[in-house]
Design a protein around this ligand. Structure first.
Ligand SMILES: [Zn+2]
Ligand SMILES: [Zn+2]
Length: 347
C-alpha cells in the first residue's frame, strides 16, 4: 500500500492516503470567523431565535457562550480539550482565540482559530417598557373613613418591597416605576398585573381590608379590536385598629387581632371572643379609638359590684363586678371606656 497523494509507503493509511496527507487539510472543528450576538444593553439578555433569554449574564460570559455555541466538532475527534480566550475587547468587538487539543486516528493535534465576536447592543422589549415607565396596574392603598398613618405607610412600603424582590426572580416587570402620595392614600404603579395582584394580597395579609379590582380601557388596537386595559386595585384597610372599640350585630367588641380573613374582638359585656369574617367589614362600626380609654380609681368593692370615680365629674359610679375583674381591689387603678354614656371596664 502506498499513499495516492505522496507515494509514501511507511505511514499509517486512512483509506487511499497516508495519515499526514489526510491531516493536511483536516480541521477538528468548524467555527465561523465572525460571530454576531445581539444583547440588551440594560439587562444583557440575548436575542436567540426571536427570543430574549438569559438576562444578567456578564458580557465576557456572553462571548464565551457565543463561541461555544458556534463550534462544531468533527466526528473523528477524540479526547478533545477546547480552550477559549478573549484576547482583546475593543468596544463591541472581541478578538478571540480558540484552541483545540485532540486526537484523530491516534494522532495528537493542536489546532487554533481566530474568531471575532461582535456584540450588537439594543434594548429588549421588557427593558424598553421599563424605561418608558410602563405599568399594567395601580395599587390604591386607602383606609376606610380615615387617613393612613405614617407607620402604616412604612409597613406597606416594606411589604411591597419584599414582594417586588421575590417576584423579580420570576417576573421582569415586577417593579414600581412610580409612587404617588395623596391625601387619601398612596398609589403604587406596578409593572405587571400578576405582581400587582401579589402586592394587593400582601397588603391584605398585613392590614386586613377589602380588595377591589377595576379595569379601565386605556386604548384600543384598531386592527385587532383588542382593548388595552390597565387595572386599578384598591385595597381599603379597616378604619379601626387593634384595641379600638367596634360595634357588630349589636355587640360591642374591643379589637384584639386583624388578619386577611377575619377580625377577632372581645365582647366588653361578656369578655368572650367573637370572630367577624373580613367580608363583613362594611357592617362594622367604629365606636371609640383605643386612645379614648380613661383611667380611674376603685373606691369600693363588694362581691357583686365595683365602685369607681367617673373621671369626668368625680362622681361615684357602681358597676357590676364581671368575670376577669375579681382581682382588682380598693385603691387600684382601672381602665374604662365610655360608650353611649355607659361606662365599661377594660382589662
Ligand atoms: Zn501521503
Ligand atoms: Zn433588557
Amino acid at each position: 500500500m502506498f499513499c495516492l497523494e505522496c507515494g509514501s509507503t511507511d505511514k499509517k493509511m486512512i483509506g487511499d492516503i497516508c495519515i499526514d496527507c489526510f491531516l493536511k487539510d483536516y480541521q477538528m472543528i468548524q467555527i465561523p470567523h465572525r460571530i454576531e450576538v445581539q444583547i440588551c444593553s440594560h439587562c444583557n439578555s440575548k436575542l436567540e431565535e426571536g427570543k430574549w433569554l438569559d438576562e444578567n449574564i456578564p458580557e465576557e460570559e456572553v462571548i464565551y457562550r457565543a463561541l461555544e455555541k458556534n463550534i462544531t466538532i468533527n466526528d473523528l475527534v477524540e479526547n478533545e480539550i477546547i480552550n477559549l480566550k478573549i484576547e482583546q475587547l475593543k468596544g463591541t468587538i472581541a478578538i478571540c482565540y480558540v484552541e483545540i487539543l485532540g486526537e484523530v486516528h491516534g494522532q495528537k493535534i493542536d489546532e487554533n482559530h481566530d474568531v471575532e465576536v461582535k456584540i450588537l447592543k439594543s434594548v429588549c422589549p421588557t427593558c424598553s417598557k421599563i424605561q418608558a415607565g410602563y405599568y399594567e396596574a395601580v395599587i390604591q392603598f386607602r383606609a376606610h373613613n380615615r387617613e393612613i398613618k405614617n407607620e402604616e405607610y412604612e409597613l406597606a412600603d416594606k411589604a411591597i418591597e419584599r414582594i417586588l424582590i421575590r417576584q423579580s426572580k420570576v417576573d421582569k416587570l415586577a417593579y414600581c416605576p412610580q409612587i404617588a402620595t395623596l391625601k387619601e392614600g398612596r398609589d403604587y404603579y406596578i409593572g405587571s398585573l400578576k405582581t400587582a395582584r401579589k402586592v394587593g394580597e400582601s397588603l391584605k395579609d398585613e392590614f386586613g381590608g377589602i380588595i377591589k379590582e377595576s379595569p379601565r380601557l386605556i386604548s384600543e388596537d384598531k386592527s385587532t379590536g383588542k382593548g388595552l386595559y390597565r387595572i386599578w386595585i384598591s385595597i381599603r384597610i379597616p378604619e379601626f385598629e387593634i384595641d379600638d372599640f367596634i360595634k357588630y350585630e349589636n355587640r360591642i367588641l374591643q379589637v384584639k387581632s386583624i388578619n386577611k380573613n377575619r377580625i377577632i374582638g372581645t365582647d366588653i359585656k361578656t369578655a368572650k371572643n367573637h370572630t367577624i369574617p373580613m367580608k363583613h367589614l362594611e357592617d362594622i362600626k367604629l365606636l371609640k379609638k383605643a386612645n379614648e380609654i380613661e383611667t380611674t380609681t376603685i373606691i369600693s368593692k363588694s362581691p357583686k359590684n365595683l365602685q369607681i370615680l367617673d373621671p369626668s365629674d368625680y362622681s361615684a359610679v357602681d358597676l357590676e363586678l364581671k368575670d376577669g375583674f375579681q382581682d382588682y381591689n380598693i385603691g387600684d387603678e382601672i381602665k374604662l371606656i365610655k360608650i353611649d354614656n355607659y361606662i365599661y371596664l377594660v382589662n
